[in-house]
Design a protein around this ligand. Structure first.
Ligand SMILES: Nc1ncnc2c1ncn2[C@@H]1O[C@H](COP(=O)(O)OP(=O)(O)OP(=O)(O)O)[C@@H](O)[C@H]1O
Length: 360
């Protein structure tokens, strides 16, 4: 029977002894989708991926690929290929031999395997590299060989386990974009695991945020960023200011949170005796004249404690009256505040809509 999904994870649990590394996780991935699983070290991402690949077996639940249950199907019989952080290329083989290897293992003739490998190398931008040693390639080129070696087998699903983890920052930034574009041109379904939120945000159609064996939220990068469902998602995805306090009063859907200093912030959401409030740095308005913030329910005075210069991503830390932690705000690119210095007085403000409140 044809399936409208490439991957279905149905109530999958994996226990090691009494510890549930993966705890009742369910999700589906559509054909051609770039789906990421994002979470901190130890949250269970690798265990989940290994179960999909067939290197590990679920304690309970089902894993279906194009509607077919994979329970009991050995790893080498699944229509799945995996790209590892180490890439696991064969250093003794040429680039072309690395890409052709999986095909010859499957009984494809040498001539045809070479032909398909060279076409695949062309598609990943490595035309003419077939006879090179893999050791004579840059980190980014090796990355592309690893992808080519995987895609040449035409898997239904490609699993990628932190494949950019070993690259330096600059190359990682570049490969993020390249990987996304490659996935788009091949229209192959990718399941990607990472602990790097910016990788996940840039590349994914949808992201599952994983914490302690469970999915906290599944959504598009925008949904996760703008409408986090839990405090964990709010703090793990993107930069944010996090304030702890107690929920004071609720009126017209706005909730007031009293900070330990007695200062009160206004936000949207649900609070309890203990509440957590989050506001993104780019939602914090800055002004030298407090009158220009008078329409904002959250207005405070402060003083710049640090200027974190990073080009267009520059930010300010502002010691703010009544706050335990400095408030982080985006450094304006133009106007009177663009050149603001440490020690300068400044007023900060934000709307109640920009502040998400959760019961702690
Ligand atoms: N074979 C195993 N036996 C016992 N415990 C295991 C085994 N494999 C993983 N675990 C435990 O399961 C939990 C999840 O591990 P997993 O490797 O899936 O996490 P992860 O999110 O991929 O982390 P990382 O990003 O560090 O690789 C951890 O607490 C880990 O110690």
């Amino acid at each position: 029977m044809a399936s409208s999904t490439d991957l279905d994870i149905v109530n999958v649990t994996k226990r090691f002894g009494s510890h549930a590394a993966v705890d009742d996780v369910s999700f589906s991935v559509a054909p051609g989708e770039f789906f990421s699983i994002l979470g901190p070290s130890g949250c269970g991402k690798t265990t989940l991926m290994r179960m999909i690949a067939g290197f590990e077996h679920p304690t309970s639940g089902d894993i279906r690929i194009r509607g077919q249950s994979m329970i009991g199907v050995p790893a080498n019989k699944r229509p799945v290929n995996m790209v590892f952080q180490s890439l696991a290329l064969f250093p003794m083989m040429s680039v072309g031999e690395n890409v052709a290897y999986g095909l010859t293992c499957r009984g494809v003739s040498r001539a045809e395997a070479d032909e398909r490998a060279s076409r695949m190398l062309e598609r990943v931008g490595l035309k003419g590299f077939g006879s090179r040693r893999v050791t004579a390639l840059s980190g980014g080129q090796r990355q592309r060989v690893a992808i080519a070696r995987c895609l040449v087998l035409e898997p239904t699903l490609v699993l990628l386990d932190e494949p950019l983890g070993a690259l330096d920052l600059k190359l990682r930034e570049h490969m993020k974009i390249e990987l996304k574009q490659l996935q788009g041109t091949f229209n192959t379904t990718f399941a990607y695991i990472t602990h790097d939120q910016s990788e996940a945000l840039v590349m994914s159609d949808r992201i599952a945020v994983m914490n302690q064996g469970r999915f906290e939220q599944v959504g598009s990068p925008r949904e996760l960023y703008h409408n986090p469902a839990t405090p964990f998602v709010a703090s793990f995805v993107g930069e944010t200011n996090r304030l702890q306090g107690e929920a004071a009063a609720v009126s017209n859907g706005t909730i007031a949170v009293r900070l330990p200093s007695g200062a009160v912030v206004q936000g949207q959401g649900k609070g309890a005796a203990k509440a957590l409030a989050f506001v993104r740095p780019e939602a914090v308005a800055l002004a030298q004249d407090p009158a220009s913030l008078s329409n904002l329910p959250n207005r405070f005075e402060g003083r710049v404690s640090a200027v974190l210069f990073d080009g267009a991503a520059s930010s300010l830390l502002i010691d703010t009256t009544g706050f335990e932690q400095p408030v982080r705000a985006v450094l304006p690119q133009a106007g009177p505040l663009a050149g603001i210095q440490v020690g300068a007085p400044v007023h900060v403000g934000w709307t109640a809509d920009a502040m998400k409140v959760f019961a702690a």
